[in-house]
Design a protein. Structure first.
Length: 336
């Protein structure tokens, strides 16, 4: 369940727009259609299969490292309903944001092979269909934050309805550049949604030393959500995006996730293990949680899942083969 850290007073204009707003799925804003629920699950499952393939290719030194296993809910929930005029600034090793936004599998793996050949590269392919802009190419978090703020400022000054979604890890919240970007967004009431993936003591800085309140001074409306619950993330993301699109300023979404050990392909960092209800790992698998939720609604079966996996693995194999063939062709054409 999502909860707010501190109540945020809404303006009269915002309350009126919230009252009059209706989703395209019809009826109550809190209700998601069966089609949307299945889309959320299917996209998460596809992202998991991509992340597993990328991890295997990285171990074989065939492709650049990526991350994402165990954090599918926070990305899918925040990105799946973005519009063509929106923008996204993903994290540096992200491998699925482009796919969620419409990037082809061939594009994705071709890009990963290119990153392996050019380790300094951080470019991401643009989705084939006209879709949200992906802010990439900047290796540092500070640069991505600055570019994201600039895009959001252009949206506002040109009175465009675009929204910028910026992803970062909990360790980024300790950086001055992150705090400055948030303060700038608040001061100028920019259409930005900051999504922080707090892995609760995973392979980044110990989250116990981080504090959203301390990092932002509670100047930005903040929503804390179970990052393993894709439905909860989707709902709070839709509210944050609506606020930004209607001119009410930025929102911070803090997703409490349980990133799996070895998520990046590197050896796990040595941090004290989480305990209690936040004990991380595969026991908090967002896909398993969604399967249980769909089962209660009569929308899931093992046979359906296996059909999805089998069909997508064929697409994955074809994309990887095509990317490998393209890489080999480029190497042959490369001058000695």
């Amino acid at each position: 369940m999502a909860r707010t850290r501190k109540p945020v007073r809404s303006s009269a204009r915002e309350r009126r727009s919230r009252h009059s707003s209706k989703t395209t799925e019809g009826g109550d804003r809190g209700l998601l259609s069966s089609a949307r629920l299945k889309q959320l699950y299917t996209t998460m499952l596809h992202c998991r299969l991509i992340a597993e393939e990328v991890q295997q290719l990285f171990k074989e030194s065939k492709a650049a490292a990526g991350h994402g296993r165990g954090q599918e809910a926070s990305e899918v929930g925040a990105l799946i309903a973005l519009r063509a005029q929106d923008s996204v600034a993903p994290r540096r090793r992200d491998v699925v944001a482009g796919f969620i936004l419409g990037e082809s599998l061939k594009q994705l793996f071709t890009c990963l092979y290119e990153r392996c050949e050019n380790p300094g590269s951080n470019t991401m392919p643009v989705p084939e269909a006209r879709g949200p802009l992906i802010i990439s190419g900047a290796a540092s978090m500070a640069a991505r934050l600055n570019i994201g703020a600039g895009v959001a400022l252009s949206y506002k000054t040109q009175r465009k309805p675009g929204v910028v979604v910026v992803f970062s890890g909990d360790d980024s919240m300790a950086l001055a550049s992150w705090r400055e970007a948030v303060d700038f967004a608040v001061a100028h009431k920019l259409p930005v949604v900051h999504v922080v993936q707090d892995d609760l003591g995973g392979e980044s800085a110990n989250s116990a030393i981080q504090s959203t309140t301390g990092a932002t001074g509670s100047r930005i409306p903040t929503l804390i959500v179970d990052g393993n619950d894709v439905v909860a993330v989707y709902r709070v993301a839709q509210e944050a995006i609506r606020r930004a699109r209607e001119g009410h300023g930025p929102t911070l979404i803090e997703c409490k996730t349980h990133r799996w050990p070895g998520y990046s392909g590197f050896a796990p960092a040595h941090h004290p293990p989480s305990s209690g209800k936040h004990a991380g790992g595969e026991s908090h698998d967002p896909i398993n949680s969604m399967e249980a939720y769909l089962t209660q609604k009569g929308l899931w079966s093992e046979a359906w899942k296996q059909g999805l996996v089998k069909a997508f693995r064929k697409r994955l194999d074809a994309a990887v083969h095509s990317a490998q063939k393209e890489k080999a062709t480029k190497l042959q054409m490369k001058p000695l």
